[in-house]
Ligand binder design. Structure first.
Ligand code: GTP
Length: 661
């Protein structure tokens, strides 16, 4: 039974429960007004002053606009989204709204968006109310899959450019992404309030690089709100309504999903045709199951329940889906009773770096698997396959879009699911052409090697290939010399270099992915005092002189430490890892030789001196027998955590330290 005061206050606010299921959730969470199911026609949302009515049925597709904000990192996308949400009364103006749509802890801590977020707003223009669905996207190249996925649910974009920094590498990449999808682009200069903003120079850049008409560029200060109203009007004027038909059978594109521990999987969808209503039975084109819609609503900006969603609208549903595997982004949602032609689906993300992920302790394997499944649902750009290692046990090999992506994923596992993992050093995917030898099953085949342990013997390799990228660097011209030297050191080949205005250059380089994946961007930033920006895209594979660098302890190979390197870098990398091993493997009762070798040839060596360790030494001259036994028992337990390499005990922690970056 619900308390009568709760029911009374709900009724006063003009909201009504639809069923007991929703009421129970509400009462449990004590967020009564936020969570109550609403009158079937009117959605009264009273979480802030100035209540507004959203009459979803009253918004035909002609009065709906779906758009994304795209830009280089830190050019102000999330701040602009804050102002738009304020101006449309979606969030309270009196609060200190800072990057409201950066909802994840990792986003707040790092000050970057890693996950595209959707928010619905109602905006009045020329006496008519419009429903605007905005998607705030990440700026960093490692999260570009989020941008391309978001663009599938939009009919246009706002391209934001910092009026001080001008066009940067991700402005370039994002412009072409939207351009290739034939989406209308509204060019907008942001931060015009800054003293050193130079809007005229940036407009010139936009015209010369993208052939954008100077007249079409808007100027705003997302921080102060200047020009944001005009921008909202331009969204209505310049972006077309979604092409949709209410009279056709219900059909929606699933473009994002997440896991709620109470309600299961949430599906974020763009409704193309027809409508979806609470209680209806739906299915997905690639899931062989039916689900009942238990909750349906819009992101306002938090999930806000309604009773239905209509063609052209963007919103979420909960349908008691528990298995994350059933919610593949790009899939088509339709009513069980009326099948539809499915959407073609999304192109899969192409991982650039791979790393092994293992539980800290094998007893946490099941917990980690469950956490991984849920996080993979929210980040479909990560590729996942099981693997095992003698030192680290059973785990997974994950493929990421870059090292920042990998770091963020690791941080999210810890913060959102409380799981601590061992993450091995990142490796890029190499291709190996095998020799035509009878003993090899797949003769002449090309083998994808994303784990150095799996690199075939040198005698079996006909040719090796490494992945390349086309890198775009935009920099003030004064740093030209330093950047050329850095790219040369990283085996880069210049393809193009030209001025984009009197002070700045754009340089295009072909670079091996292996050379840029870990620290290239950091080096570039420190060389140019943070003024250069960098973006890259896949540029296929090229034949390369690759070697598998192995590590030996007293002559025995330790496979999980192997790395694939360009032969010219084998000695340098070998030295680094050998000295790390020397510092992390505890001294034992005999000397240990740590060696790095390529194809049997030693390229680096360190020694760990012998040490006679007797844990009972302190008790030699008198001492309690019980204490002595206790110490011996503890030592025996410690040995269980050792990986034996020949007769050398290597503690698991040593592997973790060496394998981690
Ligand atoms: N002066 C000034 N600062 C702004 C303006 N807009 C944004 N900023 C600041 O620029 C910084 C980056 O803003 P964000 O909104 O996080 O940028 P973003 O593009 O969403 O960043 P990512 O999501 O990480 O790519 C913050 O410190 C903002 O306060 C503006 O109009 N004027």
């Amino acid at each position: 039974m619900f308390s009568s005061s709760i029911v009374a206050s709900a009724a006063k606010a003009g909201v009504y429960p639809c069923n007991n299921w929703s009421f129970r959730t509400l009462v449990g969470k004590r967020k009564i007004l936020m969570r109550l199911r609403l009158d079937p026609l009117f959605c009264k949302y009273s979480s802030h002053e100035g209540k507004i009515n959203i009459v979803t049925e009253e918004f035909p597709a002609e009065r709906i606009r779906n758009f994304s904000i795209i830009a280089h990192i830190d050019h102000g996308k999330s701040t602009l989204a804050d102002r738009m949400l304020e101006m449309t009364g979606t969030i309270d103006k009196t609060q200190d709204n800072r990057q409201i749509l950066d909802k994840l802890q990792v986003e707040r801590e790092r000050g970057i968006t890693v996950k595209a977020q959707t928010a619905t707003m109602v905006y009045e223009f020329e006496g008519q109310q419009y429903l605007l669905n905005l998607i705030d996207t990440p700026g960093h190249v490692d999260f570009s899959y989020e941008v391309s996925r978001s663009l599938q649910a939009c009919q246009g974009v706002i391209l934001l450019v910092d009026a001080n920094q001008g066009v940067q590498a991700q402005t370039f990449a994002n412009f072409y992404l939207a351009f290739s999808k034939n989406l209308p682009i509204i060019p907008v200069l942001n931060k015009i309030d800054l003293k050193n903003a130079n809007p005229e120079r940036v407009i010139e850049q936009l015209s010369s690089i993208f052939e954008i008409d100077a007249e079409s560029v808007l100027k705003v200060s997302a921080k102060q709100g200047t020009g944001v109203n005009e921008l909202l009007q331009a969204v209505i004027d310049r972006i077309p309504p979604p092409p949709s038909d209410r009279n056709l059978p219900a059909k929606a594109l699933l473009f994002d999903s997440w896991y709620d521990k109470y309600k299961g999987v949430a599906l974020l969808m763009a409704v193309h045709n027809g409508s979806f209503k609470l209680g209806q039975h739906i299915t997905l084109a690639h899931a062989n199951k039916s689900f009942e819609i238990k909750e349906i609503g819009i992101m306002y900006p938090e999930p806000t329940p309604l009773t239905s969603l209509y063609a052209g609208q963007v919103g979420y549903i909960y349908c008691n889906m528990r298995s994350v595997k059933e919610a593949a982004v790009g899939d088509t949602i339709h009513l069980l009773s009326s099948p539809v032609e499915p959407f073609p689906g999304f192109a899969k993300a192409k991982p650039m770096v791979f790393a092994g992920v293992y539980p800290m302790d094998q007893s946490e394997h099941t917990q980690l698997r469950s956490a991984l499944e849920k996080l993979l649902l929210n980040d479909p750009s990560v590729e996942c396959a099981v693997e095992s290692s003698p030192a680290l046990g059973n785990g997974w090999r994950l493929g990421f879009l870059g090292v920042l992506h990998m770091d963020v994923f690791n941080q999210r596992l810890e913060q959102e699911y409380g799981t601590q993992v061992v993450l091995t050093a990142p490796s890029v995917p190499f291709k190996i052409k095998l020799k035509n030898i009878k003993s090899i099953k797949k003769t002449g085949d090309i083998l994808m090697v994303n784990n150095p342990e799996k690199m075939p013997n040198v005698q079996h390799i006909e040719e090796s290939f490494e992945p390349l990228v086309t890198g775009t660097i935009i920099t003030p011209s004064v740093y030209l010399g330093d950047i050329i030297a850095l790219c040369l050191e990283r085996r880069g080949v210049q393809i193009d270099s030209r001025n984009i205005d009197s002070e700045r250059l754009i340089m295009i380089y072909k670079l091996p992915l292996n050379e840029i994946v870990v620290d290239f961007y950091d080096k570039l930033k420190s060389l140019t005092s943070g003024y250069a920006s960098f973006d890259y895209e896949d540029a296929g594979y090229e034949s390369s002189n690759l070697s598998k660098l192995q590590f030996l302890l007293n002559g025995d190979p330790v496979e999980e430490l192997s790395v694939i390197v360009h032969t010219s870098k084998a000695r340098e990398v070998g030295k680094q890892v050998c000295s790390k091993l020397r510092d992390t493997i505890p001294r034992q009762q005999y000397q240990i030789q740590v060696q790095a070798c390529v194809g049997g040839k030693i390229v680096a060596r360190e020694d760990i001196k012998a040490l006679r360790k007797d844990v009972t030494q302190k008790l030699k001259y008198g001492g309690d027998i019980n204490r002595r036994n206790k110490l011996l028992k503890r030592q025996a337990e410690g040995k269980k955590r050792m990986r034996m390499v020949g007769n050398i005990e290597v503690p698991r922690e040593a592997f973790i330290k060496v394998l981690q970056r």
